[in-house]
Ligand binder design. Sequence first.
Ligand SMILES: [Zn+2]
Length: 511
Amino acid sequence: MRIRKMLLLALVLTVIPSVAFSQLFRVYTDVVDKIRSEGTENSQIEDLSFWFTDYSGPRLTASDGGDRGNEIAIRKMEEYGFSNVRLEYARNFARGGWDNLKTYAAMTKPYYTAFSANPVAWTGSTPGPIVSEVILVDIQSPEDIEKYRGTLRNKIVMRPSNATYRPNFNPLARRFTHEQLESMTRMPEQRQQAPRQQQTPEQRERIMSQRALNQAINDLIEEEQPAVILRSSGVFNVPRATGARYTQGNPEPTCQVLLPIEAFGRMQRLLENGIPVEMEMEITNKFNDNNTIYNVIGEIPGTDPNLRDEVVIIGGHIDSWHGAPGAADNAAGCIVMIEAARILLAIDAQPRRTIKVALWGGEEQGLHGSRGYVEQFLWDSDNGEPRPGYDKFQIYLNMDNGTGRYRGIYSQGNEGAMEVFRAWLSPFADMEATTVSPRGTGSTDHVAFNAVGLPGFQFIQDPIEYGRGYHTIMDTYERLLMDDLRQNAIITASLAYHAAMLNERFPRVER
Ligand SMILES: [Zn+2]
């Protein structure tokens, strides 16, 4: 009797873990093989890359360009046979839409030089083409302010920049080494925090008066109504992009233009040496009535009657900055997610849960698309409680770290997820994509899910030349590495499929 009982217990002990094992860690090698051949032999990565960059152009949040990007995403999803393809409301957007229609900037005195320039989003236009003296507003003390009063109207103004160029001796592009990937499998070593120095009253006084002076200079410039305010941004004649804080319905802010350090620095040095500078400029920007951020959604319906109302979401943000089509940031993520779902449809994968492709709007201004989705369907932040979708949520997989191939995934401190990812990435050892890091990464849309206790993840991607190009006017088709994107689509498809097939819920972090 005892012995039989013990035998039974031994049987139970061996059976239960193996059942759990076969579910959470099961790898569908036959499906992985099909995904790999479809993603390699019938890849649509090049075609999607063209439509999301050259064709769609810049896709600033709520801009006409953004609409064009959304239309392309919908057209491609429909073409590939996704279900329930739609534009879905995410959030209101107080800034409204803005497009740049014309940018021309050149120095005309002391000699002619054309400049590469990019206006600050949500700022106004020049009154047609203008030719104007450039004034260096060099104010060191409150007394200096009066020197400039009454002299800046309709002028092109710049405040001195102390940005200096330093050569960079690192290669322009890089991939992670094995050593770097290996170090990512551990938490970073805790750095000794230097004790915070208390500010002396004098230091505090100096900071406060510097702030007050800065505000007084900005007020002066605003009152004077110059035609253009120049700002220094970017190197190698490549301006970056940024946006002004603007609320729809207010007067258009004075036109602001970003010039790379070379153009800005040259004019600043000429003026500091007493040599007059003149510029010719024409900037045309258009504000529009859009005040909504949308996500583009398409689905592969689940086939299991008990699980098909549960979702696996794969996504990335579709909005970009202006001045370039945001190829690495983040047409790349959209291309990969659409291709991943296309592959699953092409091989007739029949996932048990519904797989949703979500291309988020408004990421660059504060993760609006993904946060709006979470607020509407997953978490009621007013009452601090889950919405019905919370229990139907399985996993979110995000791509937004440029064009580089996947080398693994960040687990965001979710220990239960690590074992599962090790199993699911095991078929991709030949692609060198098996690193599972306990670390977290941020600054993109999976964070919106993590914030309410849901498992959302960003892949570890080779950096390539991301830091150099993103948010600049050179983030174009040329930045995309097709073979890297192909690898990413294959791995995304496989992970999404495995998450959709589980009997159980994907591990979550205890809240
Ligand atoms: Zn991005």
